[in-house]
Write a protein that binds this ligand. Structure first.
Ligand SMILES: CC(C)(COP(=O)(O)OP(=O)(O)OC[C@H]1O[C@@H](n2cnc3c(N)ncnc32)[C@H](O)[C@@H]1OP(=O)(O)O)[C@@H](O)C(=O)NCCC(=O)NCCS
Length: 220
C-alpha cells in the first residue's frame, strides 16, 4: 500500500476518503486543510497542518502521492497550481468507487474521482481533476475536460463535451451531442438542449442563460 495525504477536509473529502478506504490501494496518513487546526481529528484522520507547510509535511512522512479533495472546481485548480509550482515530483491518484460502472475504452485521468453508483459509459474520456459525483450518468463518447464536474444524479447523453472548470449541478440533464464551454455552471435540475457559451450561469427547463459569471464565482 502506498501512503497518501488528502488535501481538504470537507464533506467532499469524506466521500473521497471512503472510496480510498474501500479500494484499499492507499494508506491515508492524514489531511492537509486551510481552515482546520493542526492536530484536530477529521473523519478519523489527523489534520497534519495547512497548505503552507505541505511540502515539509510530505517530506516528513515520505509522501509522493496526494489527492485534492476540494469540491469547488476553481479552488481545486488553484490548489493544484500551488502544489505543482513548489513540488514537481508529487503524483496525484485517481479514486473510483468499486460500485461505479466504467464502460469499455473509458479513460479516467489522474486526480479525478468517480463516486458510488456513477456510470461512465463506453469510450468516454474524463480528463484530470474532474468530479463524477454520486449516481451521475455519463453516456458514451462524452469528454469532460480538466477540473470539470458533474453533480449527484446529473445525466449526460452521449457525445457531450464539458470544457474545463464547468459544473453540471445536481439532477441536471444534458441532451446528447451538446458542447458546454469553459467555466459555465448549469444549475440544479436544468435541462440543457442547446450548446452553451463559456462563463455563464444557466438553469431552467429548457435551460436558459441567466447571466455572465466570473471565473471562480461560488456555485454551491
Ligand atoms: C444555479 C445556482 C448556482 C444559482 O445560485 P445563485 O446565483 O446563488 O441563485 P439564488 O439561490 O440566489 O437564486 C436566485 C433566483 O434564481 C432561482 N434559481 C436558482 N437556481 C435555480 C435553478 N437551478 N433552477 C431554477 N431556478 C433557480 C431561485 O429560485 C431564485 O429565484 P427568485 O429570485 O425568484 O427567488 C444554484 O442554484 C445551484 O444550482 N447550485 C449548484 C448546487 C449543486 O449542484 N449542489 C450539489 C453539489 S455536489
Amino acid at each position: 500500500m502506498k501512503d497518501i495525504i488528502i488535501i481538504g477536509a470537507s464533506g467532499h473529502a469524506k466521500v473521497v476518503i471512503d472510496i480510498l478506504e474501500t479500494k484499499g490501494e492507499y494508506r491515508i496518513v492524514g489531511l492537509i486543510d486551510l481552515c482546520r487546526k493542526k492536530g484536530e481529528r477529521f473523519f478519523g484522520y489527523e489534520i497534519l497542518g495547512n497548505d503552507e507547510h505541505r511540502k515539509d509535511i510530505c517530506h516528513q512522512y515520505g509522501i509522493g502521492h496526494l489527492f485534492i479533495a476540494i469540491g469547488d472546481n476553481w479552488l481545486r485548480h488553484q490548489v493544484h497550481q500551488k502544489i505543482i509550482s513548489t513540488d514537481k515530483d508529487i503524483s496525484f491518484v485517481t479514486a473510483v468507487h468499486p460500485s461505479a460502472v466504467i464502460g469499455r475504452d473509458v479513460i479516467i485521468e489522474y486526480g479525478s474521482v468517480v463516486m458510488a453508483g456513477a456510470v461512465v459509459n463506453s469510450s468516454s474520456r474524463i480528463d484530470r481533476f474532474c468530479i463524477i459525483n454520486t449516481a451521475a450518468s455519463i453516456d458514451h463518447d462524452c469528454h469532460l475536460k480538466d477540473f470539470a464536474s458533474v453533480a449527484p444524479n446529473a445525466c449526460l447523453g452521449g457525445n457531450v463535451t464539458i470544457d474545463s472548470h464547468s459544473a453540471i449541478s445536481i439532477g441536471a440533464t444534458v441532451k446528447q451531442g451538446i458542447h458546454i464551454a469553459r467555466h459555465t455552471v448549469v444549475g440544479a435540475g436544468a435541462t440543457v438542449l442547446d450548446d452553451l457559451p463559456g462563463e455563464v450561469l444557466c438553469y431552467g427547463t429548457p435551460a436558459r442563460v441567466i447571466r455572465k459569471r466570473q471565473i471562480g464565482e461560488k456555485y454551491f
